[in-house]
Design a protein around this ligand. Sequence first.
Ligand SMILES: [Zn+2]
Length: 232
Amino acid sequence: MNVILLLTELQNIDLASNENARTRAETRAKLADTAQLTAARVALESGATQHTELESALRALELETGGLAEKLAQVNERLYSGRITNAKELAGLNEDEKMLQRRKGELEDRALALMEQIEHAAADVNQKHATYERSAAETQTRQEHAQAALRELDASDTELERKRAALRAQLDANTLRAYDHLRAAKKGRAVALIKNSACGQCGFAVPSGLMSRAKVGSELVFCVNCERILAP
Ligand SMILES: [Zn+2]
């Protein structure tokens, strides 16, 4: 049994498992990130509120205009009824009529301006609604992809765990202890492949004696510099 080959395989599986954990965390973060959709909803709501407020303002203006028109009709009725003959009173009514006409003109101008604003606000709401819908569809697609990716990760982890258990069952307790200890101490890389007669992790030259023992693989051989297990 080549212990070093088994450990190399075990490390590959553990590294793949770490990578899965990292991908899983990223995917979960993507799932939780609905900032874009929230922003689109907030923008839509604020646009809709503005539109509603402008329409309320227009209705209030229309009520005021209605009241004014009524007053104006009354003044005109009295002015041209022929019932009032007092010159001073007639002059007063004339003044009232002018004042009311001026006010009516002002209100009509404001109503026109408001209607224009309402038109713009309505277009803005339509646009924001479209943006929101688009964002909702994108978010849904993204979430479906993320869910599918998580299911794939689950399947991959199950398979890795099965292989990991099978490999560890073939290794003795001392070997596993050495591997686990180095893995924890060396950021997940307990085994270093020998490349060009040097440790693949730290680059330190591997003496030929160690190299041949690593090839046999019946015992653990360690890099004299970084202390990792050397694998051919
Ligand atoms: Zn080394």
